[in-house]
Design a protein around this ligand. Sequence first.
Ligand SMILES: [Fe+2]
Length: 221
Amino acid sequence: MPAHFTLPPLPFDPEALSPTISAKTFAEHHGGHHQAYVDSLNRLAAAEGMGKASLLEIIQETADAEPDEVSELVSSGDLFVHAAQHFNHAFYWQSLSPDGGAPGGDLLKAINRAFGSLGALKDAMLEAGTGHFASGWLWLVASDDGLELMDTHDAQTPVIDPDLKPLLVIDLWEHAYYLDHKRARKAYLEAVISRHLNWDFAGRALAADSVDDLSLGIANG
Ligand SMILES: [Fe+2]
C-alpha cells in the first residue's frame, strides 16, 4: 500500500496568532509549503519502496548525517528533505500557541539548571535565531546533559539523534515570517518567543518517552 502521510491540522485558529503570524502566512505556510512537502514525501516514499515505513524510519534511514553531525550538515537526499520537513513543520505547529502560557514543574527546573532563568533562555533563543544564517530551524532539545539550544540548517532535524529529545522548534525559513515582518526575522522571533511558545507542549515533550506519544499527526495512515 502506498504511503499516505497527511497534513496535520493546525492546533489553533489560523487568526489566533495575529499579528505575529497572520492567517495569510498560515495559509501559505501550512496549506501551501507543508502540504507540498507531504505530497512529495508520499510520492518519493512510494517510489523508493518505503511506502509502509513510519516517518521516523524514513528520516533515520535516509539521513546522510551521523547523529552527532546534525547541526552541521546542510544537504541530504530528496526523500530525507521532504520527510524531515514534514516532521519539522508538524513539530512547529505544536510549538506555537495563541497565549503561550509558562513553563512549570520539571521543565522549569531544567530551564533554570541549563540557562539560569526563563528570561535567559529567551534571550539566548533570540540571539541564536537572529544569528542563524539563511534557512533552518531553532530547537530547544533535552538530553542526558540537560537542555540546550540547537540551530539546524535547511531540513536538518535533531530527531535523527536518539540521544536528543526535541521540546520546541521555531521555523527560521523566510516563508515563516516574510509576509508579516518582511526581512525582520528578529521582530518575528521576539514576538514568538515572548508570547507564542507552547510551554505546555514542551513540558509534555520532556515527559514523553517518544515523539510518537505527542500526537503530532505524522502517522503513516
Ligand atoms: Fe516552514
